[in-house]
Design a binder for this molecule. Structure first.
Ligand SMILES: [Zn+2]
Length: 299
């Protein structure tokens, strides 16, 4: 697959649910994925919200911020669909029977995210502590199955294929799950006691999904650029890194959250003056990570 240029990352692709950007240089066992930066809103979405509110669910521009990964030997995977349509960072069974019109044909295991209205199929969007429903009526079994089969599964299949290819070839893999977070995270979580939100939140599910020196390398590099960095607070990582991270087996997985106002205007969704400086720092970070992985596989 040819390397895509910067403009390709910003173009909605309703025709393909997932884009795989293969390494353009010598291949390293690094797989990165941006599950929430998609902006191609499917015509059958059926939401009842204004777009400016709905788009608050997006990790807008995250794939573009990290678009140099392939030049550093990594595979970069991005969803083109919005996470409010169906969320790749949730289990396929994270659904509430109450949100479905009809009897679901398989097992369901609604978790805390579903109780918050933020499960596999989101039910509400929050702004300034006010939650607004996404839909006027429940989604049908067929509508939800269409989203799982047409979007969720292709995304997971592409990611699994890239992870497996790295493990087969190198015996190991380093996976980075890339996100951004709204400035009002603590308010959304109902927390009033919280410290200021850090510029970067790194999550390894409390030290279980990757080697400690790997997450520290990334955190220390970012702190060296002048950003504030927090670990597992308030985000530890959810479905994707929980599935992939098995550090004892050489499978390292971590989540990186960037505070959105560092690079974009949260109301217009447009990049702000911080976008290019951040992108330049991330390019340096990618080189640091690539060097670390190159050295690890040489030993
Ligand atoms: Zn996200």
């Amino acid at each position: 697959m040819p390397l895509m240029n910067h403009a390709d990352f910003l173009r909605p692709r309703p025709d393909e649910p997932v884009l795989v950007h293969a390494a353009s240089g010598p291949v390293l066992p690094i797989v990165c994925d941006s599950p929430h930066s998609g902006t191609a809103y499917p015509a059958d979405f059926g939401h009842c919200l204004p777009m400016e509110l709905l788009r608050r669910g997006e990790d807008t521009h995250v794939a573009a911020l990290w678009d140099q990964w392939p030049a550093h030997g990594a595979t970069l995977i991005e969803a083109t669909f919005p996470r409010t349509y169906i969320d790749p960072n949730r289990a396929e069974t994270d659904l509430d029977p109450e949100q479905i019109d009809g009897a679901w044909p398989g097992p369901l295991s609604p978790g805390i995210k579903t109780r918050q209205g933020l499960g596999l199929i989101w039910q509400r969007i929050s702004r300034n502590g006010v939650a607004t429903p996404l839909y006027e009526r429940r989604r049908s079994v067929a509508q939800i199955e269409h989203r799982i089969a047409g979007y969720w599964r292709p995304y997971h299949a592409a990611l699994a294929q890239a992870i497996d290819a790295s493990v087969q070839r190198f015996g190991r893999v380093w996976h980075l799950n890339l996100h951004s977070m709204p400035n009002d995270v603590y308010q959304r979580l109902g927390r009033t006691d919280a410290p200021p939100l850090a510029d970067f939140v790194l999550g390894d599910r409390d030290g279980t999904s990757c080697a400690p020196e790997f997450i520290r390398l990334i955190g220390d590099t970012l702190a060296g650029f002048g950003y504030s960095v927090a670990y597992n607070e308030p985000y530890k990582g959810v479905e994707l890194i929980g599935r992939i991270g098995r550090p004892q087996q050489g499978r390292h997985s971590l989540q990186i959250e960037i505070r959105r106002p560092v690079y974009m205007d949260e109301d217009t969704r447009e990049p702000n003056a911080g976008f290019e400086p951040l992108r330049a720092h991330l390019r340096e970070l990618m080189a640091v990570v690539a060097a670390h992985v190159r050295q690890s596989i040489a030993n």
